[in-house]
Write a protein that binds this ligand. Structure first.
Ligand code: ADP
Ligand code: MG
Length: 232
């Protein structure tokens, strides 16, 4: 099975003040194992809505979402939680790190929740953080880190449980241009090293062009953007 994520005919509408807004109008999107896909689209085009559905964080959609072959609509609440924990990783625009815990602990925590032994979780967290250039920041709390460093910790946390697929919603949207580029390069490099697939929402075309493939959300549907995708 080559597809980590297979979305077919995904529709999602919101009813607001009596009016219905159709945000996703039949999204078809596949992400192959280990493939890194940029999801471009202007603000309001539905990128977050799509990532939340794909991440099994929100219901209310129709159509089909399969992750590693498993039908998302067939999962119960407990199964969905386990699925998110064991197979998916998340990176958000704002780091959402736990403020009272160190960088090291923030990367250990999801592993401990997944049942990994402490020593193993610690060794992996250190390796990930060192790989992202944070070897000297292990004991720092989020408030003691720069924005770029915070996002690197969030990247390490998102990959900590060796997810098959990482969903990233404008992971560098809150950073200045140079920092954004460095963090994104580190993220993509680590995902490749780990063999993780990723779907990365961004509105930065230059950053998008660094990924394996670029798609855009256009009027509620996915369009391929071969002119922006890397030659293969
Ligand atoms: P993007 O991430 O591309 O900026 P979003 O997915 O956040 O876009 O939003 C797409 C559209 O859906 C917007 O018009 C937004 O107002 C609407 N929307 C998103 N979430 C909700 C919600 N919970 N209730 C009502 N409308 C929503
Ligand atoms: Mg968004």
């Amino acid at each position: 099975m080559h597809e980590v994520l297979a979305i077919r005919g995904l529709r999602r509408a919101f009813v607001q003040g009596g009016a219905t807004i159709e945000v996703l109008r039949g999204v078809d999107l596949s992400v192959a194992r280990g493939e890194i896909v940029a999801l471009l689209g202007p603000s309001g085009s539905g990128k977050s809505t799509l990532l939340q559905a794909a991440g099994l964080l929100e219901g209310g959609w129709t159509g089909s979402i399969r992750i590693e072959g498993a039908d998302a609509s067939g999962l119960g609440e407990a199964e969905r939680t386990a699925f998110r924990r064991d197979r998916l990783g998340f990176v958000y625009q704002f780091h959402h790190l736990l403020p009272d815990f160190s960088a090291l602990e923030n990367v250990m925590l999801p592993q401990l929740v997944a049942g990994r032994p402490g020593a193993e979780a610690r060794a992996r967290a250190i390796a990930l953080l060192e790989g992202l250039g944070l070897g000297a920041r292990l004991g720092h709390r989020p408030a003691q880190l720069s924005g770029g460093e915070q996002q690197r910790v969030a990247v390490a946390r998102g990959l900590a449980n060796r997810p098959a697929l990482v969903l990233a919603d404008e992971p560098t949207g809150n950073l200045d241009e140079d920092t954004a580029e460095a963090v994104l390069a580190a993220f993509v490099g680590l995902a490749r090293e780990e063999g993780a697939a990723a779907l990365v929402a961004t509105h930065n075309r230059a950053l998008a062009a660094r990924m394996d493939r670029v798609v855009t959300l256009d009027h509620g549907r996915i369009r391929d953007c071969p002119q922006l995708s890397r030659p293969r």
